[in-house]
Design a protein around this ligand. Sequence first.
Ligand SMILES: Cc1cc2nc3c(=O)[nH]c(=O)nc-3n(C[C@H](O)[C@H](O)[C@H](O)COP(=O)(O)OP(=O)(O)OC[C@H]3O[C@@H](n4cnc5c(N)ncnc54)[C@H](O)[C@@H]3O)c2cc1C
Length: 326
Amino acid sequence: MSSDVAFLAEFSGGSPTHAALELAAGAAELAAQSKGSAVALAYGPGAAKAGALGAAGASRVVVLGDDPSPAITHGAAAAAAVRELSPIALLAPATPNGRDLAAALVGLLGLPAFGPVRAVGIEAGRVRTEQATLQGTVITVSEPTDGAEEPAIVLVLPSTFTPVEGGSGKADVAPAPASEAGALGAAHIVESHPAEAAVANLEEASVIVAGGRGVGSADGFVPLQELADALGGAVGASRAAADAGWVPYQLQIGQTGKVVKPALYVGCGISGAIQHRVGMQTAENVLAINNDPDAPIGEFADLFVVGDLFTIVPKLTAEIRRRKGR
Ligand SMILES: Cc1cc2nc3c(=O)[nH]c(=O)nc-3n(C[C@H](O)[C@H](O)[C@H](O)COP(=O)(O)OP(=O)(O)OC[C@H]3O[C@@H](n4cnc5c(N)ncnc54)[C@H](O)[C@@H]3O)c2cc1C
């Protein structure tokens, strides 16, 4: 096994995704601990020109394919690359595509898998991961068993690492070793179209205004969208709001939704159930607006405003617009 740290780097529309940039930073951090190199396994449109990932932390790039086919079709090429590189760890983003490819690697190569993790490091040549389990109430630390000589596949949650800014490195780019795509290569995209405008990329938003059952209806989300717009942020939701059909499930935050880490999270009419909390507890600042002074969210919010959200949210929006001069 080498001391290199590999990572899956998805490209879309000619550029690396945010998840790829996060993992490039993470792999570079881990490679410094293992005294190896960070190696990207790049796929998707633009991957052939992935040398720019050097600025994000990669030393080398292995191109699995640069066509827009589903990630899973690159499974055999990824397996061939992992076999040849034999990295100490392969980081995969805990996104639908990352999970698909990680599962293919585990199946094709019989490798041990960890995650989804919220922290990973390499200590004395051993991969060590940290995972929140039992709805975030228990933190589990895991590492490969003694004598394990295979690369560890590690699924990494969004926002675990922060992309490098202003880097100037360049990475060497090489094609993946020859492989037979096999049955995995048969998957193809039938149709692809942009998601609804409302479905913002929550994982990347620096401000999130989230609504829960207290919002009461789809129309109730209009003032929340206005506040999000005034703050340059995105709208999110609790599962109760998504289950009610007021917003699409892509906006759901929590255990069975997205894990977010904005600079500011504004929770409106959300009680703060543990399953919601595990998705937003790493927000830097939490503002909660709730008409129940005993709502659990008040126990962990940085600022807890007790009152009717339909009175407070429009006032907040008006004040922000006034201060921004619009
Ligand atoms: C296996 C499992 C997985 C789950 N996964 C998730 C998940 O990923 N994400 C998630 O969110 N939940 C999840 N849940 C559901 C979770 O347990 C809660 O039921 C849910 O988060 C509650 O949503 P809520 O806070 O919007 O609703 P409620 O708990 O009903 O809270 C509504 C709040 O709105 C307040 N309110 C009402 N009217 C107003 C008003 N006019 N102004 C201000 N405040 C008002 C009320 O005081 C109340 O506190 C999961 C549950 C299970 C069992």
